[in-house]
Design a protein. Sequence first.
Length: 134
Amino acid sequence: MLTASCRATSIADRLGTGFALIHKERPRPGVVGRMVLVGDVQDKISIVVDDIADTSGTLAKAAEVLKQHGAREVIAIVTHGVLSGDAVNTINNSHLTSVVVTNTVSFALALPYTLDHSRDGADSIFSLTLGAPR
């Protein structure tokens, strides 16, 4: 299994760009404690990649940290957009400029950026993150 830093390095290499990481600490499940940015995001478009967005607290906090460090724009890409409770309001009141999710979870609302999770889409995501077709 590849670590988040290995996936970030692989994606950055393929895009021919640098990357930064956010180290997230959780004092207990479901609670985001401290986030530490490693890398330079000053005047850059930052892309936050996450596997699941339930309450979207992690995405909002990550966007806040990135903006505090000078990111020009923050985009989130999420595999499973559960978006429970007040998640949509959390996103709307955050520093995120766009959120892209796949349709692995049914939504009660229409989202402007939803990627079809068909077999081809899954293969593309798998290929991009792991660097090889499955």
